[in-house]
Design a protein around this ligand. Structure first.
Ligand SMILES: Cc1cc2nc3c(=O)[nH]c(=O)nc-3n(C[C@H](O)[C@H](O)[C@H](O)COP(=O)(O)OP(=O)(O)OC[C@H]3O[C@@H](n4cnc5c(N)ncnc54)[C@H](O)[C@@H]3O)c2cc1C
Length: 253
């Protein structure tokens, strides 16, 4: 399925040498000594990752505790509101800061005002698609497996409906409504940006739950955009993850 061209996931920050950090935790579990005193003799980042895989993860060992030390902070952008809602059902060792449209309605207002201008022709790419997400034209199926087509004509009709909502939103703001009141007029899949942080264990759990076909399309695509950050950050663990868990349906324990 084509990915929306505006979807983005960018790295804000991440614990440096995360696989060495995991090694430190793991090593302290078994070492009589104070592991800080051996820090100069820790294995390389790559070797630490390999040890983490073989000692903590391989063969379903499930010794995930040391994976809770490294932390990553990501910025997700231009996803539909529904994706943000799905992500925010995860509560353990994950934190979010999301646009609420209480303080951030201006880009919607600007599009609504532009559309209200009699001389302005509706422009899918530059105006409405920038602020409201619509799935690409394609074949889809519902949860019972019934297939249907989302055609270009239907998509345009939906965009025109959204244009009316945005115009109405701008009108209400001009009438003095608070953003938190007028936001009820915004189409549901308004594009939203958020910052999220997780530790490596909680991030892998989110990927477990949201990268499979049981999850909704946009959530799967979010996971696809998170994956390269995982690979760059913890390459050996990411390699194990992709081989053993990526896109393999799992129930939360
Ligand atoms: C395909 C799919 C469809 C879904 N549909 C819906 C829906 O229609 N409506 C809806 O509201 N939600 C829905 N959810 C959300 C789902 O019910 C969970 O709330 C969400 O996936 C968070 O999962 P989690 O508890 O594993 O994650 P986290 O909050 O990250 O928790 C991590 C782990 O901690 C443990 N844990 C967390 N909280 C508790 C607790 N209170 N008690 C015991 N153990 C706990 C569990 O082991 C859990 O797996 C859906 C999720 C998926 C993946």
């Amino acid at each position: 399925m084509t990915m929306d061209k505006r979807f983005r996931v960018e790295l804000i920050s991440a614990t440096p040498c995360p696989q060495k950090v995991i090694y430190a935790g793991m090593h302290q579990d078994y070492s009589e000594r104070f592991v800080f005193d051996e820090i100069d003799r820790f294995p390389s980042e790559k070797r630490a990752g390999e040890i983490a895989v073989s000692q903590l993860l391989a063969g379903g060992r499930g010794h995930y505790g040391p994976l809770e030390h490294p932390q990553i902070v990501l910025n997700a952008g231009w996803f539909p509101h529904s994706t943000m809602q799905q992500l925010r059902t995860h509560r353990i060792s994950v934190s979010f800061d999301c646009q609420s449209f209480r303080y951030t309605g201006k880009r919607l207002y600007d599009v609504g005002k532009k559309l209200l201008s009699p001389s302005h022709p509706w422009d899918l790419e530059d105006d409405i698609d920038e602020v409201i997400y619509f799935r690409p034209v394609s074949e889809y199926s519902d949860r019972q497996g019934k297939r249907y087509a989302y055609t270009a004509e239907q998509r345009l009709e939906d965009i025109e409906m959204a244009a009316l909502s945005l115009q109405h939103y701008a009108k209400r703001i001009d009438q003095g409504f608070a953003e938190e009141h007028a936001r009820g007029l915004i189409p549901f899949d308004v594009r939203q940006h958020w910052v999220m942080s997780a530790n490596l264990r909680s991030l892998l759990h989110i990927l477990d739950m949201r990268c499979t076909t049981a999850a909704q399309l946009e959530c799967q695509q979010l996971c696809e955009l998170i994956l390269p950050h995982l690979q760059a950050w913890v390459p050996e663990i990411a390699e194990w993850y992709i081989k053993h868990r990526w896109k393999k349906p799992r129930l939360a324990p």
